[in-house]
Design a protein around this ligand. Sequence first.
Ligand code: SF4
Length: 490
Amino acid sequence: MAHHDLWHDDRIKEECGVVGISVPGEEVARLAFFGLFALQHRGQESAGIAVSDGSRVRMHKDMGLVSKVFTQEILDTMPGSKAVGHTRYSTTGASVQRNAGPIFCTSVVGEIAVAHNGNLINSFELRRELEEQGEIFETSADSEVIARLLVRNLHLGVSEGVRATMEVLKGAYSVTVLTPTLLIGFRDPYGIRPLFLGRLGEGWMIASETCAFEPVAAHLEREIIPGEMVIIEKTQMRAEQAVPTISTSMCLFEFIYFARPDSVMYGTSLYKARERMGAQLAIEHPVDADLVVPVPDSGIPAAIGYSKESGIPFEEAMMKSRYIHRTFIQPDQRMRELGVRMKLSPLRENIEGKRLILVDDSIVRGTTTNQIVKMMFDNGAKEVHVRITAPPIKFPCFYGIDMASKGELIAAIQTEEEICKHLGATSLGYLSVEGAMNAVADGERRFCNACFTGKYPIPVPQALSKMAFEDPHIGEIATVSVGQMKLPVD
Ligand code: SF4
């Protein structure tokens, strides 16, 4: 079973965030830490940083939040002017610790560390082939498949080695690699997961999101093009189109929910894109009401957009505990049952006697939304109109997002009317796929929107998609297996 912790229950989980930094003459472990800290939302289960001092690569990684894994003392033992970092979400299980990133290997160019965000759809095959050739895998992470392929190919030279590796990888991958002397970044030819290049003084930085540049005073240079590799040596950066771009199909969910609102993607602020999604939602699903209220924090920009478009005032109807993620104490079963009360508390003054438009970013299983709607009615709301800035999620993701199996995705098995009833809401409206895409960029850009439409930009092996679609139980196993290279567990 996929693990869903209390604080992120019924939320879709991003799998990873990656950074890479190279600044000649500077100690960069601390910069990598703050870059990674800004990407904490992309993975809360493990964190790791590898640093090179020009001859040796040193690494520290562990389970837990970035701020828990690293201390001042640990960072002080990691000298070097180049680093990569990785923050990861994964399922629970014995293998988790081993699977924490970055992945460390020894190659012809010395020690290397590989950090990967995404998911390969041919990792089973690649792993089997490599094992037949004598490789012994230490983890079940896709990153190790990429690392071992790189190790094998680096004798061709760095750029040819990366190219040869990219030629056999299928799926979504945004990768940073550290060698004793180089920082490398590369991205799959569909550009499913984001990857950006920034300048940091005389040096360079690579990150999953632009929000990682801000705290270390790096600035955005540009997006790394799908199929491109960048090789950074000291102050020099060399970019090459390693494999042709097939399409630019960035994950639509990055724009709706995963990425931080202060990040920029496809040239637009995600905060503004989400505000436009909210405005579009008001056009597609108008309703007469007294207040527009967000589910904090992620629903806030869209609720502001809905309010501006509809002229209905914006207010907050609940507060989110700002510190819940900072507790390392796991809730017990009884607290688990309290559900959203642990993280959201109602503001009765803004609820009682009011007709509310409740704006949220997505519905997965519906359990959280159901509890929030109930909380509104328990506090005296007259009506609760749920408005969602994502289209209904009907299909599993094979490109690095852990979502429920098809059997658990409420929109895959129930009509909108049934879902509305299940939520206990007065009415329900989802943003259209076109509405979401146009809110990002006026019809110019392409996206992966497969979990809404079932149209997968990178063909998914039939056996896997068949399993995931037809049998909800096997679907979960398949999704978990594909996503995280995990064996079925009971
Ligand atoms: S299937 Fe959905 S979540 Fe997965 S990459 Fe595509 S848009 Fe993103």
